[in-house]
Write a protein that binds this ligand. Sequence first.
Ligand code: PBG
Length: 328
Amino acid sequence: MPDPDRLDLTNRPRRLRRLESLRRLVAETRLSVDSLVYPLFIEPGAGIEQPIEAMPGQSILSPDRAADLARTAVGLGIPAVLLFGRPRFKDDTGSDADAADGAVQEAIRRIKDAAPELTVITDVCLCAYTNHGHCGVLDGETIDNDRSVAAIARVALSHAQAGADVVAPSDMMDGRVGAIRAVLDDAGHSETGILAYAAKYASAFYGPFREAADSAPSFGDRRSYQMDPPNVREAMREIELDIAEGADIIMVKPALAYLDVIAAARRRFDLPLAAYSVSGEYSMIKAAAERGWIDEQKVVTESMIAIARAGAGIIVTYWALDIARWQG
Ligand code: PBG
């Protein structure tokens, strides 16, 4: 037995943990405002700022208010926003989703006017716009992949025409990235990028978002199109297909429960890799912090570092503004 009073240690990892400045110096992962994307929910109308109950601190905004908040984001150094639209009306095929005068298209124009230097990314999906709440077009009670892809490509085009810098399909239909690339290129939008929700899981962590977007499916669930949580090799295949179809940025979603998927994607692919820290991740921490059970800033910082350490260079998070303020 070594005598604890006479330890002869050459290696003392604790040496580098002695000072805050030294710990900062040797940190392997850094959380930068440059990585952050801030999601905004856009409602038709003007002067609207309606708090989302299940997501304290977040609101549904009309295009004018969204433009104001986008300027705040720019002021804090945030490079990008991600827009989610809410429709004027819902129907079978989600036809308001590709309207040139829709709320999200209007918000794109307003934001690009108010903050031209900000990267505007738009979520491309039908679920908030269809009366059945699914992310595609139905054939009876099943989702018709190919008709859905055609509709989704039209939505992406309407966003590009309104001035979106990057479109982000979140529907998980097969072939949508290639179809969007072709439609954009044909219409002269070859500079518009595609951020593919490449490995998006059928997750219960989207619950609070569906209140905000009013996009819960009216029957069934999304498991015939979004991925099954046990699968990581399948995620690699989904990502590979999206890259082959022309994705510029790939994304894994949700983030915290899928750090292994992020890490596997980082090892295997060279494209910029994003992770979406989703509404359920936000609401859980918010709720516990409100009760005084955890320290919000510390838990959020630790969670974001974990996502970055796993390999995500881009993090979509509802805390983007707060993180920027905490770092400021
Ligand atoms: C739309 C979409 C969803 C989210 C992003 N885009 C919901 C879903 O797929 O049901 C979730 C975002 C979040 O929970 O923060 N398809």
